[in-house]
Design a protein. Structure first.
Length: 682
């Protein structure tokens, strides 16, 4: 076995202080955010396309196809025959109704925690699924619970489900956590989505209501605010058993989600490539729909202005379905939330739509006595059922199953797997550089900018000092200014050419607006969601930049050999690129994940949100990326997806896996895994 030498590219010492080209400044001397501007431009074009290409004549012919696309892209599981395994763990009798603490099966081996509010009496009663948003205490939060009590007081059965990853369904029982960011995005790696998981739960919630003798299954409604309003829209769009839907402070446009602070649970993968919000809401027609927005909502995505853009496209759909009177909107002088005046309006509307009584005017609210969290908890004093599965546990289980199927594959067709890889990376055709601009030359370093129709890639280049045409590209998520002087000196001593590049969203190629929106969330939170809405991935974006860069090196500079040094998220991008290119001589990768299987919750933000590739585990894993590259590769100090180092036994096991996948692909190169204190070859 050959020996390779790896040079670390993670260090805080700056070697080059000359800024890369690629940014201009505005009148206020602030950098122009080209990335945010480009993403918004693409989102606006998608909105226009879906608006102008929409034809009422073909609506009824195409709406079923839209449903199927939503099902496919969300990964929702619909299985009405799956046993519910309904259980009650406690109840509280109220004046005129009872509140039950329940759990039921939503997927094989997966249980959801919930509360059922059931009026006293014989029934059957109309029912409402009441979905919560990102509120404190999830289904038991004040706003969510208040509406449930009000509905039960007025003769409605109400089902409050803990949204996937919230309430009693978090990683550690009794500890709240945000279900989005890297945690929720990890679901995409196994081939589903957080939206799909919520949809699965809510459709099963309708299944549950339809089995209860207290419920009239022909009169079921849905409502919720913010993220709960989004759940309401998607549930009603796919499940025609919902006869009346009232999404609250959640309707806007999908266009407005781009470069804005929305949750992963509100992400429809590739959504803007095939639809806009008006069409999704149109799937509810001719059933009743009441849209409620807040005049003083701080979120642009849910502002009345954005909602009205959607409503004006939605109205003709309802008109064609001869149900114009079934669709309405109301704007309240409130902030973001399910406030009492909205609750009163929705309650009166449900009374008309699901009971057939009243005028639909706001209904006076009775006093509500909130129950304690202990009274509502499914598991207040005992350990929860292991089938109440967290996102971390589910991703690990499903990822392990995907990986086992992958490892049992006897052989891989390289051409087919490369084609599939390009598809999951959402690669677009790479246009040649429209312009190669040589900016300046300082101390042997050339500043170059490669410009395409959609990107401007700044490059810092030092040509080979010897006759050979060998180049080394260095990539790091900390930006080119973090590259250590020692690495540059060692590469310079070889006489090879050196290429430093800040990838999309990094260093001088960054997106300051997105970084500001990210706040305390992991880097690339805003950009990753925006890209996936637009049918792209950040990994794919970096791959395409490497394609552009290597084409320049080969065609313009006659590079005969190209190697890559990269770390962390960019190590994955380098692997993906090399797998598709097939002509990279070597890769030196530090702190690269050894597998996409979710290992543990602790350390989930070791990698930023650029790491995620929807559908990567159904496709294969890191070992297959390495095998397809045909390059000689070193994974130096590889880690798990949560950034944990591998012990020596685990390292040996993965080394064996990489060797076996090499054989199954007929690979030419080889991969060596190394830790500081362990060398597999010794």
């Amino acid at each position: 076995m050959k020996h390779f030498v790896i040079i670390s590219c993670i260090c805080s010492m700056v070697v080059v202080t000359t800024p890369l080209c690629g940014q201009t400044t505005n009148a206020a001397n602030q950098p122009e955010d080209r990335i945010a501007a480009q993403l918004r431009k693409e989102a606006a074009a998608a909105f226009r396309h879906h608006s102008t290409s929409f034809s009422m004549q073909h609506w009824r012919e195409t709406k079923e196809a839209l449903k199927q696309k939503i099902i496919r892209h969300t990964g929702v599981r619909i299985d009405h025959d799956l046993p519910l395994l309904y259980r009650e763990t406690g109840h509280t009798q109220q004046n005129g109704y009872v509140v039950k603490n329940i759990l039921f099966q939503t997927q094989p081996g997966v249980m959801a925690t919930a509360n059922l509010y059931i009026p006293d009496g014989k029934g059957p009663f109309p029912a409402v699924i009441n979905s919560h948003g990102h509120w404190k205490d999830a289904r038991m939060g004040e706003m969510v619970q208040s509406l449930a009590h009000s509905l039960a007081q007025q003769g409605f059965v109400c089902l409050n489900i803990d949204a996937w990853g919230a309430g009693e369904r978090t990683s550690i029982q009794g500890e709240a956590e945000y279900h989005g960011a890297n945690l929720g995005a990890s679901l995409m790696n196994i081939g589903t989505s957080l939206m799909g998981m919520q949809l699965t739960d809510n459709i099963r919630g309708v299944d549950l209501l339809c089995t209860l003798q207290e419920v009239d299954k022909t009169r079921i409604g849905a409502t919720g605010a913010s993220g709960g309003g989004n759940q309401t829209m998607w549930l009603a769009a796919l499940d025609e058993r919902i006869k009346a839907a009232a999404p609250v402070v959640s309707v806007g446009t999908f266009e407005s989600y781009i470069v804005h602070s929305n949750c992963v649970c509100e992400l429809l993968p590739d959504g803007l490539t095939f639809t806009e919000e008006a069409a999704v809401l149109g799937l509810i027609a001719p059933r009743a729909l009441k849209i409620c927005n807040a005049q003083r909502d701080a979120s642009k995505s849910f502002s009345p202005q954005e909602m009205l853009r959607t409503y004006h496209q939605l109205s003709p759909i309802y008109a064609q379905e001869k149900a114009k009177d079934k669709c309405s909107y109301e704007i309240f002088n409130t902030t973001h939330g399910y406030w009492p005046e909205i609750r009163a309006a929705v309650l009166g509307w449900f009374t008309l739509q699901l009971k057939g009584t009243g005028t639909g005017a706001p209904q006076q609210l009775a006093t509500v006595d909130l129950l304690s969290l202990e009274q509502l908890a499914v598991f207040p004093h005992t350990s929860r059922d292991t089938a109440v599965m967290s996102t971390a546990a589910y991703c690990h289980r499903q990822g392990t199953l995907r990986r086992e199927a992958y490892l049992h594959t006897t052989a891989f067709n390289q051409a087919r797997k490369r084609k599939e890889l390009a598809e999951i990376l959402r690669l677009q055709p790479v246009p040649p550089a429209q312009q190669v601009q040589h900016k300046s030359k300082t101390a042997g370093w050339e500043q170059i900018e490669l410009t395409t129709a959609a990107d401007q890639l700044p490059v810092l280049l030092k040509r080979p000092s010897q006759k050979g045409k060998t180049y080394t590209i260095i990539l790091t998520p900390a930006g080119k200014d973090s590259i250590p002087a020692k690495l540059i000196q060692e590469l310079t001593a070889t006489g090879n050419g050196i290429v430093l590049v800040d990838g999309w969203g990094i260093g001088t190629h960054n997106a300051p607006e997105a970084r500001k929106i990210d706040g305390s969330l992991p880097p690339f939170h805003t950009l990753a969601r925006s890209m996936i809405w637009l049918g792209k991935t950040i990994q794919g974006q970096w791959v395409q930049e490497l394609q552009l860069l290597t084409a320049f090196l080969r065609q313009e500079l006659q590079a005969s050999s190209i190697s890559i040094h990269a770390s962390k998220e960019l190590a994955v991008a380098a692997l993906c690129f090399a797998a598709l290119d097939g002509n990279i001589s070597s890769l030196a990768l530090k702190h690269c994940p050894v597998s996409y299987v979710f290992d543990q919750r602790a350390g989930i933000d070791y990698f930023n949100m650029a790491i995620h590739i929807p559908g990567i585990l159904p496709w294969g894993d890191i070992s297959l990326l390495a095998a397809l590259s045909n390059a000689n590769i070193i994974l130096h100090e590889p880690v798990t997806m949560s950034g944990h180092p591998l012990d020596n036994n685990t390292l040996k096991s993965y080394q064996q896996e990489f060797n076996e996948i090499n054989i199954k692909t007929g690979r030419k190169g080889q991969t060596v895994l190394k830790n500081e204190n362990f060398d597999y070859e010794k």
